[in-house]
Each structure stands twice: as structure tokens, then as C-alpha cells.
Ligand binder design. Structure first.
Ligand SMILES: [Fe+2]
Length: 385
């Protein structure tokens, strides 16, 4: 089938993030480097260890660490204001998807100086479709410290809008210039976050593989990611110092990120967006807890050819059918120590009608392998309760 693969990010699978960071920065103009990260990274010591690479050659280093778990447009505005003061020649995003997405936003807003040095472009205007990106951007090096979001290889930035709902902006200039994927950066990630972010990557791979825009090139990445995650996520959760498992997960998250970026997502992410907006649920955790019910809904639409590859990648028995998917997912997620029901997270279903209605307006629902309207979304949420 005809399809285009476009991933211009220089993707470096690294065994020494500091060395590769120094090499990448050396190719860029001299001048300050601005690190965008979250406060949780500071006590891990990761930033301290990278500081010699960041400051090599006497380059000034400024750190913006005010990225919260679910960043909104105010965080982007604050990061942009800091960047306009620093005028960095490069941005380095260090963290999970939140830090990387904020850095992406700053990188494309920065080259649009308006009156008085204030950016002539606002992120909320891009989210609302009132403005368009020109393609100009500041160089951005993404360094993921979780193995999950795939933001390091995607051309979307998902930021909370003024109404609290996350909205994605998609543009080729949002591909990071480079991504340095080093599993050692995730060694200090606690088990719950390792499990939740890893499940996000697994859902990316499954939704890309089953989706309507699936294509042979992304199938390779999605199947490889599913196999690696099914095999290594339990080990990475059980023993965070297991570097082999961490490395498998770091690679798989990038593969799954490319697959979801180029082949699309599905019902699980369509439901998770409004779920997170209503209940402040972690993105990976929300996807994990929704996955069994989504797979049960999708099972009748999984073709025999797709099923054989999916079954083998996830390690299900050869005689299992697609209706076994939901049970497998529930057991896998429970084995990671994560909640498997929405009620385990304190939900009672009161917001389900609103979440179902909002999910139907999410773009990715159109890529789901089985058509889902408001009634189907509501039924899946109730099944997940
Ligand atoms: Fe995701």
C-alpha cells in the first residue's frame, strides 16, 4: 500500500548520553543552551551529570524546570518568556513527554519575535487553528528519561488548552532535531511510573498496528515494540536497575513512538484524553486501565492476518483468538502492579457520559480499527469501571 515515512529526527540510541549530547551541541552555533525539564528530574542527579557536556566550550547553561505533569499553555508561555530572555542557540528537553512537548512548543515559538521582543505567535492560537507554523524553529535535542511517550520522535506536541483539555498541534517542525535515547537516563524511574509509561508505549504500538492507517513499514516497528515491551516491561518494573530491560524499553518506546506518529492511534487514546482532563489521570496509567475494555471492543474487528502477528508479538498461545486479548492485557497490567479498573482510581462513572461525548471529537478515534460512536465509548468506559 502507498504510504510515506517521514521522521527527520536524528535518533541516537546511546550508551553515553553525555558524550552524544556534547557531540550534538558541538555541531550547533555557540551561545547559551536552555534545558527544559521538570522539577522531579533535579534530585535524580541526571542534570548534574550532563552539565559538563552542556557547558563544554564555556557554553552558558540555563535551566527551566517548571514543567508540571500535565503542562498547559501557561507553562509554554513561561518557558517562552524565559527563552526570550536567554536567546538560546539550542534547547535540550530532559524528561518525559511533558518536558519534551513544552520544549517543542518553545522551539517553534521562539523564532517568531513580535513587537517588543514578545513572540508574535501564541501556542493557543496554534491549538485553535488561528495561526500556522512557518517551519522556523530553534534546534531541539530531546533526551527522554522515561520509556513511553515517544515524543522524542514525533511531530506532535500535546499541551493543555485554556479549557483544561489537551490539544495536539501537528507540524513537521515539531520533530526534534535530535533525540538521544539512553536507557541509563531512566534508571531512577520508580516502578509505578516505569509501568505506566511503558504501558503508554505498548498502547502506541497496538493502536498503530491495528489502526486504519497501519502500513507495512510501521508494522515492523510496532510489532518489534510490542514484542520488546511484552518481554521486558515486567523486568524493568521489578528491577529498575536491570539495564538490559531498560534498554529494550527505551528502544521500544522510540519504535512505538514512530509507529504511532506515522500510523496513528485509536480508541484508547481518544478516551484517555478526556479522562485525563476530567480526573487528572496520568496519561500512561489512563491508557493502561482502559486497554482491556478497548481490546475487548476491538476484538471482533481484528483480521486473521493481523491477529497472528499480534498474538505472536505479545506471546499469547497459538490457539488463542482475539477475544483473549482483553484477559491477557488485564493480567499483564495487574502483574505490573497497576490498577486494572477505573473504580480502583476512585472513579464512579458520573463523568462517563461527558468523557464519551468528548472522545468522539478526538481525531484519533477515526483511526480505530472498529467504528465507535458515543454509545460505544460509553459502553467501553462502563466495561472498564
Ligand atoms: Fe500516549
Amino acid at each position: 500500500m502507498a504510504h510515506t515515512v517521514y521522521c527527520p529526527t536524528k535518533l541516537i540510541f546511546s550508551d553515553d548520553a553525555g558524550l552524544d549530547l556534547e557531540r550534538e551541541l558541538a555541531t550547533l552555533d555557540p551561545g547559551p543552551v536552555m534545558v527544559i525539564t521538570d522539577a522531579g528530574i533535579l534530585p535524580t542527579g541526571i542534570l548534574d551529570r550532563l552539565m559538563p557536556a552542556l557547558s563544554a566550550g564555556g557554553r552558558p547553561v540555563e535551566v527551566f524546570s517548571d514543567v508540571p505533569g500535565n503542562p498547559g499553555v501557561t507553562t509554554v508561555a513561561a518557558g517562552l518568556a524565559a527563552a526570550q530572555t536567554i536567546r538560546p542557540s539550542a534547547l535540550v528537553a530532559l524528561g518525559g513527554g511533558s518536558a519534551i512537548d513544552v520544549a517543542k512548543a518553545v522551539s517553534v515559538l521562539l523564532p517568531h519575535p513580535g513587537i517588543g521582543g514578545v513572540s508574535g505567535l501564541r501556542w493557543e492560537d496554534l491549538q485553535a487553528g488561528r495561526a500556522k507554523l512557518s517551519g522556523a524553529r530553534a534546534p531541539l535535542i530531546a533526551m527522554p528519561t522515561t520509556a513511553g511517550t515517544g515524543s522524542e520522535v514525533s511531530h506532535v506536541a500535546v499541551i493543555g488548552a485554556g479549557d483544561g483539555f489537551k490539544r495536539g498541534v501537528v507540524h513537521a517542525s515539531l520533530f526534534p532535531s535530535a533525540a538521544i535515547v539512553d536507557a541509563r537516563l531512566a534508571l531512577s524511574l520508580p516502578p509505578k511510573l516505569t509501568g505506566a509509561t511503558g504501558m503508554d508505549a505498548l498502547v502506541h504500538a497496538i493502536e498503530a498496528f491495528l489502526g486504519r492507517r497501519a502500513n507495512p513499514s510501521m508494522d515492523l516497528l510496532a510489532v518489534g515494540a510490542m514484542r520488546a515491551i511484552a518481554g521486558s516491561l515486567p523486568g524493568a518494573v521489578a528491577d529498575g536497575a536491570d539495564l538490559a530491560a531498560r534498554r529494550e524499553m527505551a528502544q521500544a518506546a522510540a519504535w512505538a513512538g514512530m509507529a504511532m506518529d506515522q500510523a496513528g492511534l485509536g480508541l484508547c487514546h481518544a478516551l484517555c484524553g478526556p479522562l485525563s482532563a476530567h480526573h487528572e489521570v496520568h496519561h500512561g496509567l489512563g491508557n493502561a486501565v482502559l486497554l482491556p475494555a478497548v481490546l475487548a471492543f476491538n476484538a471482533p474487528a481484528v483480521s486473521p492476518g493481523r491477529w497472528a502477528a499480534l498474538r505472536d508479538a505479545l506471546g499469547l498461545p497459538v490457539d488463542a483468538g482475539p477475544d483473549a486479548l482483553a484477559g491477557w492485557a488485564g493480567a499483564f497490567i495487574g502483574g505490573l502492579g497497576l490498577p486494572t479498573r477505573l473504580r480502583d482510581m476512585g472513579l464512579d462513572g458520573a463523568t462517563f457520559p461527558a468523557i464519551a461525548a468528548e472522545a468522539t471529537r478526538m481525531a484519533m478515534i477515526g483511526n480505530n480499527v472498529r467504528a465507535a460512536g458515543e454509545a460505544e465509548c460509553l459502553a467501553v468506559l462502563e466495561a472498564a469501571l
